[in-house]
Every structure is written in structure tokens, then in C-alpha cells.
Design a protein around this ligand. Structure first.
Ligand code: CO8
Length: 259
């Protein structure tokens, strides 16, 4: 499918979504949100795609929602736009396959919030994160007040949200905002390496493991354990479970078929 504000490439079962508005540091407008949503739907339905990478390229991840679009908005306009961003981000978050964010340069506001919908975040050593919305008289309205505290805890999240300050990659690693920091020139290669490792695992097990974590976070522990048990049991109906255990006993690598 042809997109205007993002580029989607698929190679060896790994899809890469690249934000593509370099003139405005990949600022996210309604068109970007809509195209991200469309890409999520299409990649989610494509069984040949095993892992999805979201990136802004090697200079900037995204400097936030497009301020020029929001500046003269009315409350009604924004209520509608927020739904657009929430819809796109939920579609990405709920993709039934691993999603990795590869972050170089600024990941600010809606850009930082976009990284939060990924399962794993890898940062280049030049990355900077922040939720500067408070400095614009608004709040992180693309999921930041909800996903960030869940990821790094309320105290640290509130400090970032209330101050609007930026943090560098090493601090983002220290507080658990990113999984790993690599040198900027290795970001694409390191991300791909991890994507390939995920892609070599059984697709159904990955899908149910992700659902178990994500759904479990919306439940109390007892309900979450019950949900996990259902997912766990279901996997014993797959050929991949037979193959995975057989391969272990035969001391050879498993060849998963995703069924
Ligand atoms: N929106 C629109 N344009 C932007 C944005 C943005 N968020 N960020 C940068 N740009 C544009 C600049 O206006 C500039 O355009 P031009 O060349 O035409 O003047 C171009 O990108 C380059 O930017 P700078 O010249 O400012 O580059 P610097 O290297 O000097 O500075 C910064 C880089 C520090 C990233 C700076 O651009 C900046 O502070 N940007 C804004 C960061 C920000 O406040 N982000 C939060 C936005 S609000 C938000 O994300 C809300 C999320 C919830 C939305 C939910 C529904 C939509």
C-alpha cells in the first residue's frame, strides 16, 4: 500500500515502519496517525510478517504531535484527533506479533508516547526522551499519562510529565524506559538482530505470550493467572509445541512453522 507520511518495508518476515516527515522532525499529524493505524491493520493480518520495527530513521524518532495542527484547534477538534491517535496507538500496541521501537535522536511528546506502544525499545546513544506537553499548556494526550507510569512507575513518570524535561539515552535506560542503548551507527543492525531472534520463535507462542502480558496488565493477578493458564494450555494444541520439545530432547534447533 502507498503511504504519504510513513514508509513500510518488509524483508525476511520483518516489517519496518519508518516515519517520514523529516522537514518537521517527523511530527505526527492526523495523516500520520491514520497511516500508522492502516499499517498496523495490514501488517497484523499478514502472516508472513513475524516482527514489526517502528523507527524514525537515523536522525530523529519524532518531535511529537504536530503543533501547527493543534495550535488553533477547538476542544471538539482535539477530542476527535485524540481518538485518531489513540486508535492508531492501540492498533500498534495490540499487534499480535512483537513490535520493536528503534529510537535515534528526539522522541518527544507523541513521539515518546509512540515508543511506549512497542513491546521493546532500543535507543541509539544520541536519543533523547521527553514529554514537553506541559510546556505547551497541555498534557501527554497520546497515552503518556497511562503507559509511562505503567512502564517506569508513577514517581518517575510524574517527574517527566510535570517538568517537561528531556532525558538522555543512558538515563532512559536507568529508569527502564528503554531496554537497551547502542551506538547510533549500530541501531538498525542491533534492532534487526533482535527482530530476527524474535522471528525465529514460534509465531503462535509469541502471539499468546504477548496477549498474556498485555491482557494480564488489565486484570487483577488471579484473573491474569487464569488467562495465562488458558494461553499456556492452548499452546499444547500446536505443532510448534511438539516440535519445540522434540527438538530439545533430540538436541537440535527447533524448526517452528507458526502452527
Ligand atoms: N510539530 C510541528 N513542527 C515541529 C515539531 C512539532 N512537534 N517539532 C519540530 N517541528 C518543526 C519546527 O517547527 C521546524 O520547522 P521550520 O524549519 O519550518 O521552522 C522544524 O521542525 C525543525 O525544528 P527546529 O528548528 O525547532 O529544530 P531544533 O533542532 O532547533 O529543535 C526540538 C528540535 C527541540 C525537537 C524542537 O523542534 C522542539 O522543541 N519541538 C517541539 C517538541 C514538543 O514540544 N513536542 C510535543 C508536541 S505536543 C504532543 O506531542 C502532544 C501529544 C498528544 C497528541 C494527541 C492528539 C493529537
Amino acid at each position: 500500500m502507498a503511504y504519504e507520511t510513513i514508509i513500510v518495508e518488509i524483508e525476511e518476515g520483518i516489517a519496518t515502519i519508518t516515519l517520514n516527515r523529516p522537514a518537521v522532525l517527523n511530527a505526527l499529524n492526523d495523516k500520520v496517525f491514520n497511516e500508522l493505524g492502516e499499517a498496523a491493520l495490514s501488517l497484523g493480518a499478514d502472516n508472513s510478517v513475524r516482527v514489526v520495527i517502528i523507527t524514525g530513521g537515523d536522525k530523529v524518532f519524532a518531535a511529537g504531535a504536530d503543533i501547527s495542527q493543534m495550535a488553533n484547534s477547538t476542544a471538539v477538534d482535539v477530542a476527535t484527533r485524540e481518538k485518531v491517535s489513540h486508535r492508531a496507538f492501540q492498533l500498534l500496541e495490540n499487534l499480535p506479533k512483537p513490535v520493536i521501537a528503534a529510537i535515534s535522536g528526539y522522541a518527544l511528546g507523541g513521539g515518546c508516547e509512540l515508543t511506549l506502544v512497542a513491546d521493546v525499545r532500543i535507543a541509539a546513544d544520541n536519543a533523547q526522551f521527553g514529554l514537553p506537553e506541559i510546556k505547551l499548556g497541555i498534557l501527554p494526550g497520546a497515552g503518556g499519562t497511562q503507559r509511562l507510569p505503567r512502564l517506569i512507575g508513577t514517581g518517575r513518570a510524574k517527574e517527566l510529565i510535570f517538568s517537561g524535561d528531556f532525558i538522555k539515552a543512558d538515563e532512559a535506560l536507568r529508569v527502564g524506559l528503554v531496554n537497551k542503548v547502542v551506538s547510533a551507527d549500530q541501531l538498525a543492525a542491533e534492532t534487526r538482530k533482535l527482530a530476527k531472534r524474535f522471528a525465529s520463535r514460534g509465531a503462535v507462542a509469541l502471539r499468546l505470550a504477548k496477549a498474556s502480558v498485555n491482557e494480564g496488565l488489565r486484570m487483577d493477578l488471579e484473573a491474569g493467572l487464569e488467562y495465562e493458564h488458558k494461553c499456556f494450555s492452548l499452546l499444547f494444541a500446536t505443532e510448534d509445541q511438539k516440535e519445540g520439545m522434540k527438538a530439545f530432547l533430540e538436541k537440535r534447533p527447533a524448526q517452528f512453522q507458526g502452527k
